[in-house]
Ligand binder design. Structure first.
Ligand SMILES: NC(=O)C1=CN([C@@H]2O[C@H](COP(=O)(O)OP(=O)(O)OC[C@H]3O[C@@H](n4cnc5c(N)ncnc54)[C@H](OP(=O)(O)O)[C@@H]3O)[C@@H](O)[C@H]2O)C=CC1
Ligand SMILES: Nc1nc(=O)c2c([nH]1)NC[C@@H]1CN(c3ccc(C(=O)N[C@@H](CCC(=O)O)C(=O)O)cc3)C=[N+]21
Length: 381
């Protein structure tokens, strides 16, 4: 009987929390990041039915309530794909400026946290080896933390380091209470076991959302991960803020990696899109892609997606960032996306550029997840 009552009480608390989250996610949609309060939700980390209760803030993107954000999206420039005519010029989705907006809200929140409780969020980054692109991305992340007032720490390990060295660095950050987010820059050198290393990362600090429990909870209906992976979350945020309706739309995700393709397809499903995932071995790649209202491409193959692959009026998010040597540029390289931009822009209703599209959103979402984690750790609302 006592157990039965506890069960009912638990269900009521969860129902109230869920309703609170619905309201909170509306607040976010209205741009009121400061009004985000924490809510109690259950984290399914155990095998039995007694879920481990934790205090957590609502996700940036509502996972299971797309009806809320679709009606709210009118405040942004709406891009209904079906109303597109060929005379229209595609909207270039300005990820850089959207990310700047989000980052400035995060900066205010960090300041508020510091003023109220004297604490700031902390992010730790572990980078192994000397890959030029990894070092640049990591540097950008650290710089973004500094600008937002988030404390950052970095451990750089040599290419040939032993697995134990990575695990030991990870364990130090797991134990450090001033660190709320840990990111292990991928890819790791071949000799390191990526699965083993990501498993060792504290679930509560997994701001990349790559821990199997976070990914599993993202995949399962009715469950909520502590963190949604940054790039997929950034993509959904771009769609929402551009007024693109996702429910019932045909979406194609090109690529099925653990860090982009897979979680992006899961998140689109949570928003009730009909999702096809295509990859290097897919037959009829072009034909399947041509059916899509929304194309999110993360193959890392420059100019893979030609204009002829796209349905007129489709919305295209290009995650691909392939560095190509460019001695003329300041950095010595330029980035190429997966989409043949000049062809696509003639046909589609909206498209992200590379650079300046999805990339800056990935960083903004990383800062957001780190702030969210710190709020949860300090029970700060
Ligand atoms: N902008 C951002 O914020 C981010 C950008 N990136 C960029 O996104 C790209 C993908 O990254 P990541 O997911 O880590 O890469 P991976 O190499 O891990 O995965 C690539 C995926 O693309 C598929 N693929 C490769 N070639 C083709 C092809 N010709 N046709 C169709 N599918 C293909 C592969 O298929 P298969 O599985 O069959 O091999 C695989 O599933 C990279 O350019 C990366 O730099 C990544 C993260 C964030
Ligand atoms: N654990 C882990 N988490 C990641 O999120 C992760 C990773 N490993 N490994 C590599 C990929 C790649 N990635 C990018 C992040 C930002 C930009 C970005 O900001 N791009 C800018 C340009 C950056 C530049 O100037 O070079 C843009 O597209 O405008 C790109 C790519 C995150 N990744």
């Amino acid at each position: 009987m006592v157990y039965f009552l506890e069960n009912i009480q638990l269900k009521i608390v969860m129902m109230m929390a869920r309703n609170a989250m619905r309201r909170l996610s509306i607040s976010w949609q209205n741009g009121l990041i400061t009004s985000i309060a924490s809510a109690t939700r259950s984290l399914h980390t155990t095998k039995d039915n007694h879920s481990c209760k934790i205090i957590m803030s609502p996700p940036l993107v509502s996972l299971d309530l797309p009806d809320i954000w679709s009606s709210n999206s009118n405040q942004y420039h709406s891009i209904p794909p079906q109303k597109f005519s060929n005379q229209q010029i595609a909207t270039v989705i300005d990820g850089k400026s959207i990310a700047e907006d989000i980052r400035s809200s995060i900066t205010s929140e960090v300041r508020r946290m510091k003023e109220s409780i004297g604490k700031v969020p902390g992010l730790a980054v572990i980078v192994v080896g000397q890959r030029r692109d990894s070092l640049i991305y990591v540097r950008n992340k650290i710089k973004a933390c500094e600008e937002a007032g988030i404390k950052s720490m970095m451990t750089e390990l040599p290419d040939e380091c032993a697995e134990d060295e990575v695990l030991s660095a990870l364990s130090n950050f797991n134990e450090d209470s001033s660190i709320h987010g840990i990111l292990v820059q991928l890819p790791l050198p071949q000799h390191l076991d990526e699965g083993k290393i990501l498993n060792a990362l504290s679930l509560e600090k997994d701001v990349d959302g790559f821990h199997p429990l976070n990914m599993g909870n993202l995949a399962m209906r009715g469950r909520e991960p502590l963190f949604i992976p940054c790039t997929p979350k950034g993509c959904i945020e771009l769609l929402i803020r551009s007024g693109v309706e996702i429910i019932g739309k045909n979406a194609v995700v090109i690529g099925k990696s653990n860090i982009v393709g897979l979680p992006t397809s899961l998140l689109l499903q949570r928003h009730h899109a009909t999702v096809s995932i295509v990859h290097a071995l897919t037959k009829n790649l072009e034909q399947i892609t041509r059916e899509a209202d929304i194309v999110i491409t993360a193959a890392g193959v420059p100019n893979l997606v030609r204009g002829s692959w796209l349905k007129p009026g489709a919305v295209v998010l290009d995650v691909g960032t392939f560095p190509v040597d460019d001695p003329g540029s300041e950095s010595g390289y330029c980035l190429m996306g997966d989409v043949y931009y000049e062809e696509a822009v003639e046909l589609v209703s909206a498209i992200t550029p590379v650079p300046g599209g999805v990339g800056p959103m990935t960083i903004a979402m990383l800062l957001y997840n780190t702030l969210d984690s710190a709020k949860r750790a300090y029970d700060f609302t």
